[in-house]
Design a protein around this ligand. Sequence first.
Ligand code: NAG
Ligand code: NAG
Ligand code: NAG
Ligand code: NAG
Ligand code: NAG
Length: 537
Amino acid sequence: MPISTFLVAGLLALKVNALPGQDTPSILRRACPDYTTYASTQHGPYSGGPLNLPYQRPAQACRTFLSDSVEQVIEDVTSRLVDKDLAQLFRNAYPNTLDTTIRWHVNGSSSTVTRRNLDKRDTSDWSGLQTFIVTGDINAEWLRDSTNQVMNYQKLASQDKGLHDLILGAIRTQAEFVIRSPFCNAYQAPSVSGIQPENNTQVDTVHPAYEKSFVYECKYELDSLAHFLKMGREFHENTGSTEFLTDRWFKALQTVLSVIDAESKPTFDSNNQFVQNQYTFQRLTTLGTETLTLSGVGNPLNSGTGLIRSAFRPSDDATILGYFIPPNAMMSVELQGIAKVLQEAGGHDSLASELQDRGEKLAAAVREHGIVTNGKYGEVYAFEVDGYGSRTIMDDANVPSLLSLPYLGFLNQTDEVYQNTRKMITDKLGNPYYLEGPAFHGIGGPHIGLTNAWPMSLLIQAQTSDNETEIMECINLVRDSSLLGLIHESINVTNIKDYTRPWFSWANSVFGQTILKVAAERPHLIFGEGAEPYTVA
Ligand SMILES: *[C@@H]1O[C@H](CO)[C@@H](O)[C@H](O)[C@H]1NC(C)=O
Ligand SMILES: *[C@@H]1O[C@H](CO)[C@@H](O)[C@H](O)[C@H]1NC(C)=O
Ligand SMILES: *[C@@H]1O[C@H](CO)[C@@H](O)[C@H](O)[C@H]1NC(C)=O
Ligand SMILES: *[C@@H]1O[C@H](CO)[C@@H](O)[C@H](O)[C@H]1NC(C)=O
Ligand SMILES: *[C@@H]1O[C@H](CO)[C@@H](O)[C@H](O)[C@H]1NC(C)=O
């Protein structure tokens, strides 16, 4: 389906559900250009800086969600930024999720959802606040992306009721996705939205089976479930609210725990007999990274590690060895994070201690099996292991990655093993996916291939460094390779004009986070000598 068709469907749904402060006549909204096309060419007014970066926000009438507090942050930050091109990038990137990706939002007090289009097979509870957030150029919601897409607005949610309800709705929508199809990574708009499901045009054979009107793609990625927990944990930390702790959310949490238990099972049982994993995936494809070996099972995994298998990575590429370290680290953090939320909420003591215990044991397993000795760099974290002693030594730009371990809250960036790992994965001779060329460099991954590095890796590198030269080199390299005024997925290391994905909301969100982190911690780097720190809310 052409993107313009679902855009119109989405806009009609928005009209039905009357977004707060958005009474633009639907006739105008239907005239809005498709944002993939819009983002692929430059628009004024230009920055006036050396790169003269374009202004890429859609016209106000075409934005998918409006927030005065987000506009205030844009004003506060861009008026302080010395570099006009960085200011233009922030102006475009920070609001990108709200401007372009809130495809459907039901505000609680106007929740008379039209059930005309209800899919009878859809047993989900779509009552109350709901928010469906597309990744960008694909009309589907990824659990991982959407958590990261709203992360920048979490800090504003305590004072801005609109953002509070937007994020609360997003948690509730994710809970419904997790309850019904917990092994999947990307989902269709809820049937009650009236938005037609998207066809991903792949031919997949997947167990457990899923409904194509509900799920866009069903790659089991451990980090998807950790991201579901993370959105609630951050909401609680920023607002103090426990409103998301509904029966449905607890049902989703129990579903996550049952997936973890199923995916902690080794390939052979205690009698050394093969037992098929609960999740299998095969795709009709010529790409090795898009399907699983051994008839969809994946390579064998040993018993007794305490690690949880992930069939795919956050790049949506298949793991080589299923005990993939970064999402195990992330899950250990989020289990303990939810334990803390439940302790603070009160009344869930035994569940809280179970989660704390699971989280601590998982963190210990990550250290025991994830740390390996490398002849050149010493003790380092492996990317993936199998419990038999095999390991993959590499990193991929997508978060969770090894580079992001401090960003995820798993360890302190001064940690010696992390520092060894960091040296290795930012070295062309240490990480096969550290890609360098005359125009660009950084960590990439198999997803786009061996000529393209990803801006996201440079932004995470900046966010996990204490070296101010390195921080600004990373930020400036991203600035210099974002000539369309937005952050792309990947950039060809030989030619920055050759890039993938004009409209990739998650990467724009990570750029916003990076600037806000520097503004709060090292304001002199971007606001000039002697500038005061700037913090949101
Ligand atoms: C939800 O919609 C109602 C009615 O349009 C409005 O009064 C209310 O302020 C909205 N809530 C939020 C949080 O914007
Ligand atoms: C989805 O796309 C595939 C491949 O193009 C096609 O064979 C299939 O009929 C499509 N399904 C629907 C429901 O449109
Ligand atoms: C990391 O460790 C250093 C040195 O012990 C300490 O100063 C810093 O606050 C720690 N950072 C975090 C995020 O815990
Ligand atoms: C800081 O980063 C710069 C640029 O990457 C590098 O040249 C320099 O050696 C680093 N300094 C330290 C103390 O590591
Ligand atoms: C990157 O550019 C090189 C040189 O122009 C080209 O050969 C290669 O195919 C490009 N990579 C991609 C992924 O398009």
